[in-house]
Ligand binder design. Structure first.
Ligand SMILES: Nc1nc2c(c(=O)[nH]1)N[C@H]1C(S)=C(S)[C@@H](COP(=O)(O)O)O[C@H]1N2
Ligand SMILES: [Mo]
Length: 346
């Protein structure tokens, strides 16, 4: 098994110190408060609209919006003071040579059902989402349960990871994340012998997340990984992208990123992480078990019951690309699934 090309990892000297991050984070949060002006002058991105025939996940999306797409404000770029910046991206492509998806596209085409089922609507509806103070409770089958606040999370040494993200709906992006390996946090809480899986939970706050008030979808959003998947070096908790803290629409202040699995595994705005013994129930596998499995490894050979997974549309490109087994991370992760029938364990 060969090592992944480490161009995806930022050299040590580019790491943002915790103090720098806190400053930056506070500035971004402050800037996000007064976004009226930003929202009014933002223009929708080009080249990112899903064809009308797009095969969305099977939700009866309400159609209250009545047509016009809401404004899609950019994150608080350009309004930042001169605080030392997070590392800007270290490369223009991923390790396969695929160009990074534009920052604005990453921030204006989102799945975040707590806000809305409309991808173009998330940014506007989430713009005032309070992402600080914030804490994550880490517990369950661990020796040292912990509650980590933002300062604790920011104290981890941040790395850049340029990853492909492949949504189960057959579109994809290349995203320069900033984060740290989940394994670091897990090692600190010391999973007990009994722990086999990790369960993640998103914030439940219907006052801030309008679509949690509808009752059409089971919230809070929950996800899970097998412990060895969670401990894999590719699995990160991300707190930023493109050198800036995550925006609400991309899962601020902290989200999971598991690049070899369909995007829905990469749960946003996490408040709880539990080590558990049994395979946990997950949101999509409970909503539609015949269409979404627990493993959800990207696999071009296993079609979704309603569409092919053989190809994907890269946001910002025309035409389609072939989807890669394990999203192109086969050398790194295939050994996790030795002996498993990937067609059955989808
Ligand atoms: N809490 C929560 N996490 C979530 C989702 C969601 O609706 N709620 N959508 C998932 C899906 S389907 C995808 S493809 C990715 C999208 O991440 P992005 O909007 O940052 O590209 O987030 C995932 N994480
Ligand atoms: Mo997705």
């Amino acid at each position: 098994m060969h090592e992944i090309d480490r161009s995806e990892i930022t050299p040590e000297h580019l790491y943002l110190s915790r103090r720098q991050f806190m400053k930056r984070f506070a500035a971004a949060a402050a800037a996000a408060v007064g976004t009226g002006v930003l929202a009014a002058c933002a223009t929708p991105p080009t080249g990112t609209s899903e064809p009308a025939t797009s095969t969305d996940m099977p939700v009866a999306a309400p159609t209250a919006s009545g047509g016009a797409a809401p404004d899609t404000p950019t994150p608080s770029v350009g309004t930042e003071p001169t605080a030392p910046a997070w590392p800007t991206v270290s490369a223009e492509t991923d390790e396969l040579g695929d160009p990074l998806t534009a920052d604005q596209a990453i921030n204006s085409y989102n799945n975040f059902y707590e806000f809305t089922f409309s991808k173009e609507g998330v940014a506007q509806l989430a713009k005032d989402f309070q992402t600080h103070p914030w804490s994550i409770e880490v517990g369950g089958l661990v020796t040292n349960p912990r509650t980590l606040d933002l300062a604790d999370l920011l104290a981890y040494s941040m790395q850049e990871r340029i990853y492909r993200m492949r949504c189960v709906e057959a579109w994809s992006m290349v995203i320069p994340w900033i984060g740290f390996p989940l394994a670091k946090l897990l090692a600190e809480v010391e999973p007990t012998e009994e722990a086999q899986y990790v369960r993640f939970e998103t914030l439940y706050d219907p006052e801030q997340m309008p679509n949690q008030r509808g009752g059409t979808f089971p919230f809070p959003y929950v996800e899970g990984l097998r412990l060895d998947e969670a401990m894999h070096d590719l699995t990160i908790l991300a707190m930023g992208l493109y050198g800036k803290p995550l925006t609400p629409q991309t899962g601020a202040p902290i989200r999971l990123v598991v690049p070899w699995k369909y995007g829905f595994k990469s749960i946003k705005s996490i408040v709880k992480i539990d080590l558990v013994k049994e395979m946990p129930e997950t949101t999509w596998s409970s909503v539609t078990p015949s269409e979404y499995g627990f493993y959800a490894n990207v696999n071009p050979n296993v079609p979704h019951p309603r569409w092919s997974q053989a190809t994907e549309r890269r946001i910002g490109e025309s035409g389609r690309r072939k989807t890669l087994l394990f999203n192109g991370y086969e050398d790194e992760v295939a050994s996790l699934y030795e002996g498993m029938d990937l067609k059955v364990w989808f």
